[in-house]
Design a protein around this ligand. Sequence first.
Ligand code: NAG
Ligand code: NAG
Ligand code: NAG
Ligand code: NAG
Ligand code: NAG
Ligand code: NAG
Ligand code: NAG
Ligand code: NAG
Length: 624
Amino acid sequence: MSAGVFLLWLVSIPLLIQAARQPRDYLISCGATTEIKEGALTYIPDSDFISSGNTTTVQRTDIFPRLQTLRFFPNAHATKHCYSFPVIRGSRYLIKTVYFYGGFDGGSAPPVFDQIIDGTKWSTVNTTEDFATGGSSFYEAVVAAQNKILSICLARNQQTLAGSSPFISSLEVHYLESSVYNSTNFDKAMLMTVARSRFGSRDDAIISYPDDIFNRFWEPYKDESPFVTSNSNVTTTLFWNIPPQKAFASALTTSRGMTLTLNWPAFPLTSGLYYIALYFQDNRSPSPYSWRVFDVQINGHFFFQQMNVTETGQGVVGTNWPLSGKVVITLSPSPSAPVGPLINAAEILQLLPYGNKTLTRDAAAMEELRKELVNPPEDWAADPCMPVGHSWGGVHCTGTEPFRVVSLNLTGYGLSGKLSPSIARLTAIRHIWLGDNKFHGVVPDMSPLKALETLFLQHNKLNSSVPEPLTKRDAAASDAAAVGIGYSFPDNLGSGAASGSSNSKSAKANSKERWARDRESYMTDADDALPLPMTHPDSSPMSPEEIDKRLSCDPEIEDCKPMVYEWTGKCRSCQGSGFVSYYNRRGKETICKCIPCLGIGYVQKITGRDDINVMEDLDNGRPS
Ligand SMILES: *[C@@H]1O[C@H](CO)[C@@H](O)[C@H](O)[C@H]1NC(C)=O
Ligand SMILES: *[C@@H]1O[C@H](CO)[C@@H](O)[C@H](O)[C@H]1NC(C)=O
Ligand SMILES: *[C@@H]1O[C@H](CO)[C@@H](O)[C@H](O)[C@H]1NC(C)=O
Ligand SMILES: *[C@@H]1O[C@H](CO)[C@@H](O)[C@H](O)[C@H]1NC(C)=O
Ligand SMILES: *[C@@H]1O[C@H](CO)[C@@H](O)[C@H](O)[C@H]1NC(C)=O
Ligand SMILES: *[C@@H]1O[C@H](CO)[C@@H](O)[C@H](O)[C@H]1NC(C)=O
Ligand SMILES: *[C@@H]1O[C@H](CO)[C@@H](O)[C@H](O)[C@H]1NC(C)=O
Ligand SMILES: *[C@@H]1O[C@H](CO)[C@@H](O)[C@H](O)[C@H]1NC(C)=O
């Protein structure tokens, strides 16, 4: 969809209204170095939300300031370029991306590329037509946050010409009230905005913030039908989607007894399921003798029967309409209705099913691995395997469900940092090639990696001894050959190096070990903060054996319980009581029982609950 770019419209936006909805919302001017105020909205620089890409300016001063700067991504080796926003898991957000090419790269045609939300390809960005007509392009979607981080990525596709770079001018993420678009089940799909119009307006202005609290754009739409205006005071907060009051200020209508036919949206739709919201409001004072009653049909199918429009307005929502090509909305008056039908505004959004996802435990392990890197590759963000063709650099995954990491080849990536022990949870991995980097510290125990065929760690600064299982297998030379382990010794590893006890730094001297997985966990005295996997209220701790079993369950070869889920995080409380209170963002308390930990200072949680997603929102400590 296109929108104007010129400063002119600024004058029509009142300057004194507070942008009260921030800070749950993010309004970003990409590539900016300072805050930018446009009317009542303040756009902030994007550097806190992305670490890759270059910034530049469009050499024009007659356009919105937020479009004068942009960020572009010249690194063609990176598979994706991601913005990350902290969000509340499960909450709905409206995302708007805005692109104004402005010839920033000295070329004449805007690059074409993809945009991705949380691992699902959202759409292709092609701003060619809008740019040719002097406008910016915007794309809008409604999603429920699937994690605590919402990622919005740009990526090259087959149409991206060599030498051109994906770019972005502005990005908005608006928190939506709970009733907005709530009739859609966001577990399976997100919504992509196709059109949002107000009908019969006299002027050509797009309604946006502050009239629309989420800064949605309501574009004017007219056809040959007559239109009427209305001065009534509609309480729009009573409508689930909270449309702006101004959207009710005009309507398309027709004479008494006539059917109103609306060819909207103005372009054909791709085949799919659509969410449709229609808004009606009678512009006349109530009268017992002159009601407007009509049936609403979409492409000949009843959408709503006997709509009796009132002065306070009506909204009707259809959540799963299969549509393809042209759409015709007809409003047929009931034979007795003394006044013709009318329609004020409408929204149509397409359902986009979420794409596949990396198996949660592999995604979590990769995330841990990334956290230990000082300079993670630029495309190590969002889902590690998805979408297909846009996995993290050096990461290769299975092509069918479950989607798992099968090889990690970071040879010569110039990476420094430690190797997280989480690498041992990538149990489907066959090849680990980490040579020619600057990894330091201990080589993690890779014994759980039963599928591992090759491991190369040469030319790093790793200083531990060879990991135990490999030494063993290596010692039994014939075994090694049998399992096909091609192990290349890190060149600076000596057999005499201290053996890597990963918890030596936190285990207290002389402390009595209460329960510990091999080389992993120590309990000190009873007053010590209990580090530990928590179980949910009223359940008993799992035995170390059960945890081991679940940890090593490999969905590729075993029948793992599908809801097995691990959760690892810093343990800050517990205080020896055996219980710990966790609070979610809304202050709701969950009391968990602690059992000894796996890895000092960290909790690791395994549970059979399938609603365990909730746990990620739990925060250790009461919110301030
Ligand atoms: C992007 O930034 C990098 C690092 O600052 C610089 O080396 C590179 O030349 C820049 N690329 C372009 C196309 O401006
Ligand atoms: C981008 O859009 C323009 C104008 O609609 C079209 O001519 C062009 O083929 C599109 N480019 C790609 C790569 O799809
Ligand atoms: C949507 O929200 C409204 C207002 O809170 C509520 O009345 C309605 O039942 C909700 N609808 C669904 C499908 O949850
Ligand atoms: C609209 O209605 C609201 C509450 O019902 C009232 O506060 C407001 O003053 C009214 N506005 C107009 C222009 O009548
Ligand atoms: C429409 O609503 C009005 C006011 O609520 C009522 O008087 C009228 O009878 C209704 N008409 C029909 C056909 O339901
Ligand atoms: C998800 O993966 C399956 C194969 O396991 C594939 O058939 C399907 O098309 C994929 N879905 C998407 C949205 O890519
Ligand atoms: C890993 O990458 C290196 C360098 O790009 C390449 O030579 C090697 O064949 C790759 N190994 C695997 C297992 O793909
Ligand atoms: C590895 O080297 C670092 C720095 O040289 C040292 O602090 C650390 O104790 C060493 N670790 C082991 C297990 O030898």
